[in-house]
Design a protein around this ligand. Structure first.
Ligand code: FNR
Length: 190
């Protein structure tokens, strides 16, 4: 069974993106995957600094996050758009997990991992600009990003109090994304 790790680029309580990725996790389970949902708030790590890396190595929580990447075949990532780009907390975690220096670390965590990308925003654009940058970032780490991606505009109006998506179009898009992630990961595992 394909193993999927689901996380968002927001550590905010009440995050729209954490809610979105949890909906995507349900869709991936329906598509036949085993899914682990995490919150980056539980993996708080210092801002990357190469001097500290040289002196102390990878911090424990960054190593724990990296181990999760290593242990899964695919990732579902929902990211807020901050000033048309990804939040520092997400990039920082991705950077730490690409260390210690040398290709081996990148290969184990990222190479051939299938990635499904999403963004949610209270605004009208749905964070769609961050998706392009995230696609490039993950591909440069040798991940395989699915053709499908989902941006949910006015997301606060499309989630109920329990964080479940109520918008039929968004639900269909998530199901399609999840099915691409699971089927591509199954093929790459063979
Ligand atoms: C934002 N927000 C935002 N929204 C957007 O659609 N495009 C943008 O460029 C930005 N820029 C931006 C910068 C900063 C520093 C913040 C704090 C916020 C608004 C953002 O979409 C909103 O706060 C979301 O609710 C954040 O996602 P979570 O935390 O709800 O998942």
């Amino acid at each position: 069974m394909v193993k999927v790790l689901a996380f968002s680029g927001s550590t905010r309580s009440g995050s729209l993106n954490q809610a979105l990725v949890e909906n995507a996790a349900d869709a991936a389970r329906e598509a036949g995957a085993e899914v682990t949902v995490i919150n980056l708030a539980d993996y708080a790590m210092p801002i990357f600094n190469q001097d500290e890396e040289d002196e102390y190595g990878i911090p424990e929580r960054a190593q724990a996050f990296k181990q999760l990447l290593i242990d899964h075949d695919a990732f579902l990532i929902a990211s807020p758009e901050y000033n048309s780009s990804y939040p520092a907390v997400l990039k920082n975690a991705i950077d730490w997990a690409s260390r210690k220096a040398g290709d081996e670390a990148v290969l184990a965590a990222y190479k051939n991992k299938v990635v499904g990308l999403m963004a949610a925003s209270p605004g009208a654009l749905g964070g769609m600009r961050v998706l392009m940058l995230l696609r490039m970032l993950m591909q440069n780490l040798m991940c395989v990003v699915t053709p499908a991606q989902v941006s949910v505009a006015k997301a606060a109006d499309k989630l109920d109090e329990a964080g479940k998506l109520t918008d039929e179009t968004a639900k269909k898009q998530l199901a399609n994304l999840a099915s691409q992630v699971v089927s591509m990961a199954e093929k790459l595992k063979d």
